[in-house]
Design a protein around this ligand. Structure first.
Ligand SMILES: C[S@@+](CC[C@H](N)C(=O)[O-])C[C@H]1O[C@@H](n2cnc3c(N)ncnc32)[C@H](O)[C@@H]1O
Length: 266
């Protein structure tokens, strides 16, 4: 097993949820972006590096029914399953290193809070982007949160690559078009403030790269047209912001939202 795997196994077998800096009682920004971008409860959603986040609990409670959590740490997934109890059977759990994964279907929403930023070498970043391109349906939504350019340089003792929504979009390349950027001042359980960047992007409607093989699209995107059912506006467009999603008119604009833990209005 890799050093990364051993690191995360150690974290999730020795620390409680509220002992890790990234803990959020409720992932408000993620929920806000996901429900705005994919109101159809049949949308297929995958949480990359989901850890022990309660995102899945909240999505299940909101009525989403095609949910997958992927993480390098089996211990993290076991804790998530135990927390959910019987509802865990409604979720697909995948234990793997994202940079080495071969997806077997496509999702409509790809969500990642604070996993991609641990990939600091170009080859592993390229592998992640290849996997994400293969695992997302044409016109799928990608939501990736990383530490912001002025955020911490390390997370969980490991170095991270920091991004703004615009630099993240540039790194992901032309298959993903920035729709909205947001900032968040996340307050850790210890009271420190960490600046996060959230980028919401739309995958191009056309496959530019030949796929390793043809993958079944998940959820509503499997229907004719290949776009998310329930999205209003011209979601089949390949350029420009999606009017079904709130945000600034300029795609690179950032709205900074303070964590509710900070006790300040956003
Ligand atoms: C900082 S935690 C964030 C957890 C969760 N997304 C949240 O917001 O609470 C990073 C997560 O990414 C996972 N992770 C790190 N590197 C990974 C990789 N290469 N492949 C899959 N998961 C990874 C870790 O196990 C951990 O659960």
């Amino acid at each position: 097993m890799s050093e990364a795997h051993d690191h995360w196994q150690r974290v999730f077998t020795t620390k409680a949820d509220a002992e890790v800096s990234w803990y959020q009682p409720r992932p408000d920004v993620s929920l806000d972006l996901i429900t705005a971008a994919a109101p159809d409860r049949a949308a297929a959603i995958i949480d990359i590096g989901g850890g022990t986040s309660t995102l899945t609990d909240h999505l299940l409670a909101a009525g989403y029914r095609d949910l997958t959590v992927l993480d390098i740490s089996e211990a993290a997934l076991t804790r998530g399953r135990q927390r959910l109890g019987a509802a865990a059977d409604k979720v697909r759990w995948i234990a793997t290193d994202i940079a080495e994964w071969t997806p077997d279907r496509r999702w409509d929403v790809w969500h990642d809070r604070a996993a991609f930023h641990f990939l600091t070498d170009t080859a592993r970043q390229d592998a992640y982007i290849r996997v994400m391109t293969e695992a997302t349906a044409p016109s799928a939504v990608v939501i990736i949160a990383t530490f912001a350019l002025d955020g911490p340089e390390r997370c969980s003792g490991l170095p991270v690559q920091r991004y703004s929504p615009a630099t993240l979009a540039a790194r992901l390349g032309p298959d993903f078009i920035l729709v909205e950027g947001r900032g968040e001042d996340h307050v850790t359980p210890a009271g420190a403030v960490q600046r996060f960047s959230y980028a919401m992007l739309r995958r191009r409607t056309q496959d530019r790269l030949p796929s390793r093989r043809s993958l079944r699209s998940g959820g509503p995107s499997a229907r004719p047209g290949g776009a998310l059912t329930g999205m209003t506006g011209p979601h089949k467009r390949t350029h420009g912001p999606n009017p079904s999603v709130s945000g600034p008119p300029h795609p690179a604009g950032i709205r900074r939202k303070k964590s509710p833990l900070a006790g300040r209005p956003s």
